[in-house]
Design a protein around this ligand. Sequence first.
Ligand SMILES: O=C(O)CCC(=O)C(=O)O
Ligand SMILES: [Fe+2]
Length: 364
Amino acid sequence: MQFADEPVRVQSLSQSGLPRVPPEYIQPPQNRPVRDNPPDHDLSIPVINLFGFDPNQRDSTRETIARACREWGAFHVTNHGVPTTLLDAVRRVGRTFFNECPMSEKLRYACTAGSAASEGYGSKMLVSSEQQQRNDAVVEVLDWRDYFDHHTLPLSRRNPNRWPDFPSDYRETVVRYSDEMKVLAQKLLALISESLGLRASCIEDAVGDFYQNITISYYPPCPQPDLTLGLQSHSDMGAITLLIQDDVGGLQVLKSGDGADTWVTVHPLSDAVLVLLSDQTEIITNGKYRSCEHRAITNPDRARLSVATFHDPAKAVRISPASELIDESSPVKYRDVVYGDYVSSWYTKGPGGKRNIDALLLES
Ligand SMILES: O=C(O)CCC(=O)C(=O)O
Ligand SMILES: [Fe+2]
């Protein structure tokens, strides 16, 4: 069993050719993925053409966004203004780092064990039973995933010298990508605000200056995909996540329907960006838009890569439902929360689907 100071790298496990995954990666039966191949439903997340944010298309775009936010909390956008060459470049530098850098080199960037969301190369670790007792943490199954987390905004947190320098354009590519994703997140939050009848800057004002992190996730081939998850079910903590994946696929979002929830696979679209509403947006919109629960599944044949760009409030910011959305017929549904407290509690309890945001719901 591995404890906090020596995480096992999933890539090394995968390359060792073992026929079965170690027991700490085996999900309990209720969490195991059910493959929808062949699909037993024809659900797929909406694809929204942003027409380069053309003002003449704004009314109809707002309506489509409102529907996608209400029904899914997730949607693909196309014609978003970020060059496809940049999306491809980020995927390429990430893949090159994970596939071609020797493990000894990767480990030079290892993030600080046991410290939440520290920057660098990481893999989830088991916490020792002593730590579990101290933190009242749940016993968790490990994810079949390695990652590299970059602190990218505000600029005071951005230090590209802490990121890989192989391939040689890695750092400049991540810098350019960070800047482009910030602009896209601002434009999308404006449309999302307007889609609720709010002023364009409403959600962004509530969030404040973005704390942006970019996580490149690498899911090596897995000998037992039916027993494991690449990343367990969760909703993201911040305001909005922009995600791209490669052509392998494996991201699933939970679609709630009449009575039953269904895991729907998000099929890769190479020039689209996937928008995921996150927990603080659920609070700010007073639950009119809910954050999207999602997870990643694994496969036995091909390594998969995704790049998630998170836009969060600063730790000191207090988040509460927008007063414009509250009246007698729509009372406050969520308790206020200081974002840093939300993050600490999330890391102590573990994601567990949407349990952290649900814990803020007021009794109705
Ligand atoms: O790999 C993916 O598609 C999902 C990544 C993700 O959900 C996350 O990093 O929070
Ligand atoms: Fe996520």
